[in-house]
Write a new protein. Structure first.
Length: 548
């Protein structure tokens, strides 16, 4: 059953004042549609935004075996969801029912209206966000279908890419779903062809992340131009920088190798971020920030891995794994850090098949009703343990030290201590893993007693250490002994800094190249800090651009 308040937010009726503002806007066109006329199709990119004057527009979901109505927009209501701003393909079709008069507004015109009419923007943006949330909560929207085994690393990769990019999809498990054989037969495929991603009558076998992004329209391709500002990495720091830069008129591109959100995007509950007293998931925070950046005109390109960086005078040239190059007058390195690999013998063979570096509903689905193990004593590990405790039978938290509160926020440490089905294993580490194609058990060694305990488990969630993603940076960008990027006063001490002025606070040893968030040497590993650094960077970018 859906939340009636959420439904009201998702499908509001514009007021007479809103109508008058739209009618008087030179960007608004008036159109008439005949009964049964299709106004936009499933898969159409950059769809026109429609406001119904009279008649109605039926929204139809065609992703399943038979078309079904999502809703019917009457007079005063409007079409669209977040794809209206991101440029991604429409998930649904819109069909006129009865003679219908509408206001038609192009995507670029919609952004102008949202930025100049705040009262209209609030209603529309809240509606867009609520509509996507409703589709998720209803659970009957099919979307692309992923057919594959729960024990396949490629199936896990495809599902992870789609989930992180907030793509609504349905997973058909080879081991458990009776519909799999019928669907494979319809495509003349076998289990050996999986994983398969199917949508409507089309399918693609074992696609790369880049292929998925292209086929499903995730993100936007880069343009052949010189940008004012390029951002590598769409975590909190990168997204904050994109929002502020684009809102201040800088042509901005964000290059992200997997999905917006970074490490924060994997968190199921961030409770200490200012302004969200009841908490917010990292995924929701990333989705809202991405929507903001798109609203102001930033171009976010997903599955665009940066392989290397070179320079052409004062311009930065980013070389992508697709063979493309992006040139910018200023650059922010916001690639963050990855959790360190577990380091247990044979661990690699279980990654994606029992060893995970995030704890979200997708991973939890694989181990419902079982006992799982969380490794690590930081906030990420704590958030994962608390979330998983509500999804599985038991959670064992393994830490090397003897005091959880030394490395974890006190509210999380107390919550773990008070949760009945969470067991804390102190002074301990995993020494061995067992399984046949997928994880089935681990051995935990107690440093105090010297005893080894075997835990039967299908899943280990690892949140240990941080390895910065800086291997793509050239020698001109100096890093510290742990490979984090030096900035500001530390960069000023380097012989690589050759400009007459001292480097700005977040500037690296290369003029016009900045670093923010977890990738920066000496940064505070908190979401709020990353957002602050990303926002601050834009001020320094403006100063740098004065001399370019």
């Amino acid at each position: 059953m859906t939340n009636p308040d959420l439904h009201a937010v998702a499908f509001p009726t514009l007021s007479e004042a809103h109508f008058a503002a739209l009618a008087g806007c030179p960007l608004t066109r008036h159109l008439s549609a005949a009964d049964g006329e299709t106004l936009f199709h499933v898969g159409q990119r950059d769809c026109t935004f429609f406001v119904v004057k009279s008649g109605a527009i039926e929204i139809v979901d065609k992703s399943g075996d038979a078309p079904k109505r999502v809703t019917l927009h009457g007079p005063g209501e409007f079409t669209g969801d977040v794809t209206a701003l991101t440029g991604e393909p429409s998930l649904v079709a819109g069909v006129a029912r009865g003679p219908t008069d509408v206001y038609a507004i192009s995507p670029e015109a919609l952004k102008e209206i949202l930025n100049h009419y705040p009262s209209i923007a609030d209603v529309i943006l809240n509606g867009f966000i609520a509509r996507r949330q409703l589709l998720r909560e209803l659970g009957d929207f099919t979307g692309p279908r992923v057919i594959g085994s729960r024990y396949s690393t490629d199936t896990f990769r495809v599902r992870e890419f789609l989930a992180k990019n907030r793509v609504l999809f349905t997973w058909l498990d080879l081991e458990a779903d009776p519909a799999v054989k019928k669907l494979l037969d319809a495509f003349h495929l076998t289990e050996a062809d999986t994983p398969v991603v199917a949508w409507g009558p089309r399918y693609i076998r074992n696609p790369s992340n880049h292929e998925l992004a292209e086929v499903l329209g995730v993100g936007r391709p880069v343009e052949r131009k010189v940008y004012d500002f390029a951002v590598v990495g769409a975590g909190p720091a990168g997204l904050a920088a994109a929002v502020y830069a684009a809102s201040e008129g800088l042509s901005t591109v964000v290059l992200e190798r997997v999905a917006p959100g970074g490490q924060a995007g994997r968190s199921m509950r961030i409770e200490n971020y200012l302004g969200f007293p009841t908490g917010i998931t990292g995924s929701e925070l990333a989705e809202r920030a991405t929507l903001q950046a798109n609203k102001f005109g930033a171009r976010i390109s997903v599955a665009s891995g940066v392989q290397s960086l070179s320079f052409d005078g004062l311009l930065s040239v980013l070389h992508l794994d697709t063979g493309e190059a992006v040139t910018a007058k200023s650059l922010l390195v916001a690639t963050g850090a990855d959790y360190r690999l577990l380091g247990v013998a044979g661990c690699e063979q279980y990654e994606g098949r029992g060893v995970y570096y995030a704890a979200t509903p997708m991973e939890a689905q694989m181990c419902a009703g079982s006992e799982v193990v969380v490794v690590g004593g930081g906030n990420s590990a704590g958030q994962a343990a608390v979330f998983l405790a509500g999804q599985v039978k038991k959670v064992s938290v393994v830490i090397r030290g003897d005091d959880l509160s030394k490395s974890m926020s006190s509210y999380l440490a107390k919550r773990i201590e008070q949760t009945a089905n969470i067991a804390l294993l102190k002074n301990a580490e995993i020494r061995a893993m067992h399984g046949d194609g997928h994880l089935s058990a681990v051995e935990v060694f107690d440093d105090r007693t010297g005893q080894t305990t075997r835990i039967e488990t299908p899943a280990v969630f690892s949140f240990i250490g941080a390895v910065p993603r800086t291997d793509w940076l050239p020698p001109e960008i100096e890093r510290d002994e742990k490979c984090f990027v030096r900035t500001g006063p530390a960069a000023a001490l380097s012989p690589k800094w050759t400009a007459k002025r001292p480097p700005f606070l977040l500037e690296t040893t290369r003029r016009g190249v900045f670093a923010a968030g977890d990738v920066r040497s000496g940064s505070v590993k908190r979401v709020a800090s990353a957002v602050g650094e990303g926002s601050m960077t834009v001020q320094f970018v403006h100063e740098h651009l004065k001399d370019v």
